[in-house]
Design a protein around this ligand. Structure first.
Ligand code: GTP
Ligand code: MG
Length: 197
């Protein structure tokens, strides 16, 4: 899919304030600092569209972007940010989980996972939570430029194996790097396919 236009629309914490859900929507979620905002920018070819930072906890709101006037891309705050307060974490849980379970036009949730690490409990538990609710998701492994493809493949296989204990069907996986813009086209093709379904 060619990206002709990518624009920020609004930031929110409240589901009832979101833009009207008349277009297909795709959300990026995952641990703080995993590279959600960076990958959104790499996919649409617009540096600085989604705000990024070396420090975890940069994205704090539900951020809507409209792509090609045709579909929404959503940048979400990260989970597992140890330095935030308990009440902050609980507030996050509440509005993000509410968003994920109440947004009828949400076609697919892309769960981002750092390809450098072995499967982490927090990511697996989040996938189980989605699975239990029947929410459609795919896995996006990030920061592939930081190590060899062999290492990334090993970590991806381990994650898939861990999920196989719970899921009959393993979701589609992508290996990406926002730095060298790899894997972005594959995600966009998948979104294009879902949009035309
Ligand atoms: P929060 O909004 O805090 O949850 O973080 P995020 O998941 O949106 O991460 P963000 O895109 O802000 O990136 C975090 C850091 O990782 C930044 O310093 C990025 O430059 C870096 N980063 C993101 N993606 C990549 C990648 O593919 N390769 C490399 N080398 N660095 C990356
Ligand atoms: Mg972010």
């Amino acid at each position: 899919m060619q990206i002709k236009k990518a624009e920020f629309i609004c930031s929110n914490t409240r589901v009832d304030k979101l833009p009207e859900g008349k277009l297909p929507e795709y959300a990026f979620i995952g641990r703080s600092n995993v590279g959600k905002s960076s990958l959104i920018n790499a996919m649409v070819g617009k540096k600085g569209l989604a705000k990024t930072s070396q420090k975890p906890g940069k994205t704090q709101l539900i951020n809507h972007f409209i792509i090609n006037d045709d579909w929404f891309l959503v940048d979400l705050p990260g989970y597992g940010f140890a330095k935030t307060s308990k009440s902050n974490r609980e507030a996050w849980e509440k509005f993000i989980r509410r968003y994920l379970t109440h947004r009828d036009n949400l076609q697919c949730i892309f769960v981002l996972i750092d390809s450098r690490h072995e499967p982490q409990k927090i990511d697996l538990e989040f996938c189980y939570w989605l699975g239990e609710r029947g929410l459609p998701f795919m896995l996006v492994f990030t920061k592939a430029d930081k190590q060899s493809n062999v290492k990334s493949d090993v970590n991806m296989s381990k994650f898939r194996k861990a999920l196989a204990e719970w899921f009959e069907e393993i979701p589609k996986c992508f290996l990406t790097s926002a730095e060298v813009k790899s894997g972005c086209d594959a995600i966009l093709e998948t979104i294009g396919d879902i949009n035309t379904r």
